[in-house]
Design a protein around this ligand. Structure first.
Ligand SMILES: Cc1ncc(COP(=O)(O)O)c(C=O)c1O
Length: 445
């Protein structure tokens, strides 16, 4: 190649113009696609098994034969052990296939197939999501993630200078930043209170928040489940407390929906934003925002809609041109969840947690930042091994053993965050427990 052309191409590459087309080598991608068929067949077998299985959640959770086909319903890289399912979960192959099918359909003649055929079908997904959460269809907006839904309410709710927003230091940092921006722009005040770690008694959360409420408090931001410790918050009790004082509670449900069983009526909440690419294992870039009907007109959407009425929940979905494919495939993810059942899924997630935790909890120097009391957590655990800094332990697990967990350093606690998901096997969790035992005995060198 002439040197001038090489230099030219080199310049383009440096500018990122000639970036690789695929991040996954083509052969690996083809292999994964081939594996979709086998994984979909495993889901078909799982369907038969679950239809005939015990309805008792604890018995179902502990029956290994019941979960083999579920574990095989995913095409995941088993050369690594992924226990970092908190940020984003993989989808079962069936869901990925539904997404691919819809994506292909959308591309046949997009103005016709995407806009006229596929988008109208998203209304059925709206109805199904509303039924799953227990709200009205007209209270359910389909979003791309929790962030989109949450920010619509956090930025679109009227607040005056001096009005206060109350939250905890354990809530999602980015969402606290949304209110920090309003502090700078509009002079509101954000107050974040610390909580004990772990939170063994949910009543204490209510007490602490109640004590921090002032006559200027207008909004409480509270996670359904804390992302760093996995602790379940007493949402209903906080909503009851807030309602008597005319305070809006915005529930960050990123880690709640399809993880910790709870319907709208059980939570009694007015606003709930979640991501479906976490615990529902729906396609990446899917979420929902629930807003109680009476409140919809009072909240400005993030992106002004074209012709939507102020009381139409769809005003929160006005993002411009987009593919209907990820949203349509949510239906398959809901089917997958229904096949397992809410109670059996929740019990299994706790069972997976206990499978590894039971083996390491009594090691010397273990500090648990997550309560193991019934109902206080699901699959997410934060655990500190005294003398082993969490980021170093996480690096050791990844660099030496290809095990993925998150190292967490928070001003009030530290530890590794371990998040198994339904596709993780018993053998994988046993191996993880052995590795922690080895780290405890021999250190990280
Ligand atoms: C508690 C919590 N809230 C909100 C989010 C944001 O979720 P997303 O990036 O899917 O919008 C996360 C992400 O991990 C989270 O952990």
């Amino acid at each position: 190649m002439p040197s001038t052309r090489r230099a030219f191409l080199g310049g383009l590459a440096a500018a990122g113009v000639l970036a690789p087309r695929l991040f996954v080598p083509a052969a690996k991608a083809a292999e994964a696609r081939g594996g979709l068929g086998e994984a979909i067949a495993a889901t078909a077998r799982a369907r038969w098994r679950f239809a005939a299985a015990t309805a008792d959640p604890a018995a179902a959770a502990a029956d290994p034969a019941l979960w083999t086909d579920v574990q095989q319903s995913w095409v995941v890289d088993r050369t690594l052990l992924n226990l970092e399912n908190g940020g984003l979960q993989p989808s079962p192959a069936l869901v990925t296939q539904a997404f691919i099918d819809a994506w292909m359909k959308a591309n046949e003649a997009p103005s016709h197939t995407n806009s006229r055929i596929l988008w109208p079908q998203v209304e059925q997904v709206r109805a199904r999501l509303a039924a799953a959460f227990g709200c009205a269809t007209e209270e359910m907006a389909i979003t791309r993630n929790t962030t989109e839904g949450f920010l619509a309410v956090a930025l679109g709710t009227r607040l005056e200078a001096g009005d206060e927003v109350l939250t905890t230091t354990h809530d999602y940092h980015r969402f606290r930043n949304a209110f920090h921006q309003r502090e700078q722009r509009e002079g509101i005040v954000l107050r974040a209170i610390p909580l004990p770690v772990p939170v063994e008694d949910p009543a204490l959360v209510v007490e602490r928040l109640a004590a921090a409420i002032t006559p200027r408090t207008r909004v409480i931001l509270l996670s359904h489940v804390f992302q760093l410790t996995g602790q379940v918050m007493p949402v209903r009790e906080v909503v009851r407390l807030a309602r008597t004082r005319d305070i809006l509670v915005i529930v960050d449900g990123a880690h709640g929906f399809s993880h910790i069983p709870a319907t709208r009526d059980e939570l009694e909440c007015d606003v709930y934003a979640t991501s479906l690419h976490k615990w529902l294992s729906a396609p990446h870039g899917t979420g929902f925002l629930y807003v109680r009907k009476a409140l919809i007109p009072s909240i400005w959407p993030l992106m002004p809609p074209t012709a939507k009425a102020p009381d139409d929940i769809r005003k929160f979905e006005a993002i411009g041109t987009a593919s209907a494919a990820p949203f349509l495939a949510i239906a398959e993810a809901l089917d997958f969840w229904a096949m397992i059942g809410t109670a059996r899924k929740a019990a299994r997630l706790v069972w997976l947690r206990e499978r590894w935790l039971d083996r390491v909890a009594s090691l010397p120097g273990v500090r648990l930042n997550t309560s193991r009391r019934p109902g206080r957590a699901g699959a997410i655990v934060n655990l500190d091994l005294e003398g082993l800094p969490p980021t170093k332990l996480a690096a050791w697990l990844w660099d030496r053993h290809r095990v993925l967990v998150a190292g967490v350093e928070h001003p009030e606690f530290q530890g590794i965050r371990v998040v198994p998901a339904l596709y993780n096997t018993e053998a994988e969790l046993d191996r993880f427990a052995e590795l922690l035992t080895e780290a405890r005995r021999r250190g990280l060198d």
